[in-house]
Write a protein that binds this ligand. Structure first.
Ligand code: NAD
Ligand code: UDP
Length: 355
């Protein structure tokens, strides 16, 4: 019996595959390598000393998924494959809707055909967008941090990427309503950063990074002169944005727990995966500086459009029901990210670099 991992050579997928291989699970990966590299498979096998079955292909290709199900006895699926850049999704909505929705529909149809009804789906805290928004009149009033976000917060999306996550979540709820033989766990991730302790795999974005940690790494490596901090006038502890950063290995463990939870039939469940703690941009920058010993010059610029002041999880449902809790500290996250950036030949903008 095998676990099919779509998007398994990507950032979160590859770290999860390592944890699953360590649990002696047989793993089949499908990834079209749109946002990852084949060398990730080599790194996974080096770290775990175990083999994975890899298929280079598109999850939208229903026949290819069928072929995989014909060849392997798939008992459950972890569905990471998808496009994830918020800004790009605003510019290219059709590509996002097509890729993220079509791939999921194809996958679900084939799972149904093969009576494989166990799915873990990668959703995002971005589905809570409206609930997180700080009203303009709250700024400068000393109302800070907002509230920890629990799974029952109102859902809304303000960009096509977030909308694809909401739409897929709805499809999954409808499928479960129509057939309660399905076991489906929707995981809403907060802000994954960090890397495997080996430094052999990590986040490897194409082009100019959108997210904070990949940008800090490029500044640390002198690929960029300074970090732009998007606003220091938010109603937060130091005026910069607050997020719930979670170590990618903690996230990986969350998937293992979700799959274990399904073994005894769980129905459809939704869980936040976060630490429950919010750190500001400056706190992350200072922690990174401390653990790496590298200066991170920065400039305060205007707020980024659509950004919110503060966003952190209430992870108590996952703790109670999945018996999962984030263990790694912010220092661990920064240390492992820096190791990945220095030990491994990290590619920037597609260029392999020897460090
Ligand atoms: P990633 O881009 O590193 O990994 C996604 C992988 O999916 C890539 O390897 C890509 O090549 C592959 N892929 C995309 N479309 C495909 C398709 N149609 N067929 C086959 N492969 C395809 O991203 P990630 O950070 O590992 O994210 C994994 C999942 O988690 C995504 O669904 C993402 O939306 C979600 N998520 C990520 C974050 C984050 O901050 N990284 C936060 C919340 C949710
Ligand atoms: N951020 C920043 N400079 C950057 C990238 C991000 O100041 O180059 C800030 C951003 O405004 C937010 C935090 O860092 O407050 C996390 O941003 P990221 O894009 O990583 O995550 P998201 O905003 O999607 O939660």
């Amino acid at each position: 019996m095998a676990i099919l991992v779509t998007g398994g050579t990507g950032y979160i997928g590859s770290h999860t595959v390592i944890r699953l291989l360590e649990k002696e699970q047989e793993i089949v990966i499908i990834d079209n390598l749109f946002n990852s590299k084949l060398s990730v498979i080599e790194s996974i096998e080096k770290i775990t000393q175990k083999k994975v079955n890899f298929y280079c292909g598109d999850v939208c290709n229903r026949q290819m998924i069928r072929d995989i199900f014909m060849r392997h006895n798939i008992k459950s699926v972890v569905h990471f494959a998808g496009l994830k850049a918020v800004g790009e999704s605003v510019e290219k909505p059709l590509i996002y809707y097509h890729n993220n929705i079509m791939s999921t529909l194809s996958l679900l149809a084939v799972m149904d055909e093969y009576h494989c009804k166990r799915l873990v789906f990668s959703s995002s805290a971005t589905v809570y967008q409206d609930a997180k928004t700080v009203l303009p009149e709250q700024i400068g009033t000393g109302i800070i941090e907002g509230k920890a976000i629990s799974e029952d917060f109102p859902l809304n999306a303000t960009n096509p990427y977030g909308m694809t996550k909401l739409m897929i979540e709805q499809v999954l709820r409808d499928i479960y309503m129509s057939d309660n033989q399905w076991d489906i766990v929707i995981l809403r991730y907060f802000n994954p950063i960090g890397a495997h302790e080996s430094g052999l795999i990590g986040e490897d974005p194409n082009g100019i990074p959108n997210n904070l940690m990949p940008y800090i790494l490029e500044v640390a490596k002198k690929k960029r002169p300074y970090l732009n901090i998007f606003g220091n006038d938010y109603p937060t502890k130091d005026g910069t944005g607050v997020r719930d950063y979670i170590h990618v290995m903690d996230l990986a463990d969350g998937h293992v727990k979700a799959l274990e939870h399904m073994e005894s039939r769980c129905g459809l469940k939704t869980y936040n995966l976060g630490t429950g703690k919010g750190y500001s941009v400056l706190e992350l920058v200072n922690t990174f500086k401390k653990v790496s010993g590298v200066d991170i010059p920065y400039r305060i610029t205007g707020r980024r459009l659509g950004d919110i002041a503060s966003c952190y999880a209430n992870p108590s449902k996952a703790e109670k029901e999945l018996r999962w809790k984030a263990n790694y500290s912010l220092e661990d996250m920064c240390r492992s990210a820096w190791k990945w950036a220095t030990v491994k030949n990290l590619s920037f903008n597609g260029d392999e670099e020897n460090v």
